[in-house]
Design a protein around this ligand. Sequence first.
Ligand code: MG
Length: 389
Amino acid sequence: MEKVVLQDSMNDFALQLHARERQWLASYAMQSSESAGRHYREPPHAYRGPFQRDRDRILHCTAFRRLAGKMQVFTDDMGSYHRTRLTHTFEVASIARTISRVLQLNEDLVEALALMHDIGHPPYGHCGEDVLDECLQPHGRFSHNGFALTIVQQLEQRAAPYPGLNLTIEVLGGQQLRDEKEVGQVPVSPLLEVQVVDAADSIAYDAHDTDDALQLGLISMSDLQGLAIVERARQHLTDSPPTLTPRDRPALIHALIDLQVTDLLQHAFGTLQPWQRQDRHALAAAGVRLEHSPTVAQEREALEDFLFHRVYRHPRLQAVRHSAGGRLEELFDGLTKAPDRLPLRFRRRSDSFGIAAAVVEYLAGMTDRFCDRQFAALRSQSGPLADWS
Ligand code: MG
């Protein structure tokens, strides 16, 4: 099928949605009726707008469900309190919708972007990503943001005569910018909806990684008390206890999210004030950015620095990283040397993209446990390994 960009035509519902968004959304929000469309033409839906359809396609795709079996920071065997990649995604979507609603941006677009943002994460968190990236060199690079696009444009299958989910240009473009940002190129100022999801992502993980690390005993309340943002959050607690105890953890995490969202919104009101009657193109041309106030930005940086050294590099997690990384490396080596052990779908992809890229795609789509099982099968059985879809 020829790949062209076509806009959905307007039906009665689209006209109603257009009128509603004109009334409720800010002038610089992305209007659903102004979507650049999809690569493959589709008739408009009777009662769902284009970004709502994108959100639903992402929510119902198999890669989204696999997020439940992918670790965020902490592994399965460390308990059941902490976040998975799936629950992280829902926290991001919730925070992003809150910010979007206050700023009168397009919530459907924000939700679609948020639900998609980590869909390309490989097994074993950032360790898995680092290992797969090393495996691909010198043939290319692996990033979870880029792999998300491969999933939604090529690997997912719907009941449709084209590959992938056929998402709107805006959702694909937002994810593309995340990928480019990762390698330091951001040629244009992203839509505000894209920036909201980025901000919500970091607010969510800063808070929930702190929460999970406390609950797992990797850090203590007293470790946190030197951090300015924690002191700011402490002052928000009922009666502002002079010393934080483990019982204050839920209230502290709530305050951490709340104060970051509030700061982002207050700063955004000032930034957006001069642009009240302008459209999104004017803001993009001027490079308008949604950011935290300089003080809170600095305090967040200190928290992230603390999390990096004290949590993400904690000996318990380093041991997990080491053994998980070894399993992925062995799977990569074994499958590139014996391509007949790849599932048929990925053997076919290796004809077009090369064996290294096909093996990395196969490994990147796995959940943590599925990867463990294929590692055991590689060593103990013959024949092709199982496909994950
Ligand atoms: Mg994320």
